[in-house]
Unconditional design. Structure first.
Length: 229
């Protein structure tokens, strides 16, 4: 049975992916920011294991994971957690920059480093949920866009480095998706939020599973998914 480690499984796209993998009977290890959130995830996904560590403090992840039991093999590591805080460069503080860079970029790099032996053992798959902002930066999106541009660089370098070890690497670039994050973006943009206008998290989950379920002779490098209406 395949084992998947998933970040961001408590909400939006990550929850949709976790439900799909849970329903089909795969083993899921759900990452949570703290013990309370891990308890909630364990209750929502019976039989799932959990891993605790705050992604906003990547320097502590190594210590946190060294005190928890990790799976021997990891078939996929799904980096789905993320944060956004909009604002013009003139208003973005160093704290806001650090928070987005830590959660969206440095923590995925550190978590990947810590789980690489288990990924190599399974000839596994690392999948990064990036964003349209990882390919094009727009006014008001500097910090988030920089974190996602960095995430693209991380994925592209890792893909080349791990190819010989049989580890596949995919970046998925969703457009606006109906989730609590998108509701916050609308609030910060001063716009009314209508979830019906945007991609359903389940559709992004389908895109992610498409890349994940491809046989090992093939690797999807990059997938862009945009609102269909
Ligand atoms: N929604 C969009 O329009 C959109 C578009 C393109 C790309 N994306 C990307 O898609 C991914 C998922 O976004 P979403 O829309 O599903 O967002 P979401 O509903 O806000 O979910 C974000 C998830 O990240 C977790 N998280 C945030 N900070 C964390 C921390 N410090 N430690 C551990 N976990 C943390 C949250 O944990 P809790 O559940 O504990 O809060 C939550 O589960 C993100 O990487 C986002 O950048 C989203």
């Amino acid at each position: 049975m395949a084992t998947h480690v998933i970040t961001g499984a408590g909400s939006g796209i990550g929850a949709a992916v976790a439900h799909r993998l849970h329903e089909r009977g795969d083993e899921i290890v759900l990452h949570a920011r703290d013990a309370g959130r891990a308890k909630e995830l364990a209750a929502a996904f019976p039989g799932a294991k959990t891993l605790v560590g705050d992604l906003s403090d990547p320097g502590k992840l190594s210590w946190a994971l060294s005190h928890q039991s990790l799976p021997d093999r990891v078939d996929s590591l799904l980096h789905i957690a993320g944060v956004v805080d909009l604002g013009p460069v003139g208003d973005l503080t160093a704290k806001t920059w650090h928070h987005q860079l830590n959660v969206n970029l440095v923590a995925p790099a550190e978590l990947t480093r810590l789980l690489l032996p288990q990924l190599r053992a399974a000839q596994g798959h690392v999948l990064f949920v990036n964003s349209g902002s990882g390919l094009n930066a727009h006014a008001g999106w500097a910090a988030y866009g920089a974190s996602k541009h960095g995430l693209k660089a991380l994925a592209d370098a890792l893909r080349q480095e791990e190819h010989a070890n049989g580890v596949r690497v995919t970046s998925v670039y969703p457009g606006r998706t109906a989730s609590p994050m998108q509701a916050k973006v609308h609030q910060q943009e001063g716009k009314e939020y209508d979830p019906e206008k945007w991609i359903a998290p389940e559709s992004v989950a389908t895109t992610i599973l498409m890349a994940l379920d491809l046989p090992k002779d093939a690797e999807v490098n990059d997938l862009t998914v945009r609102p269909g209406r």
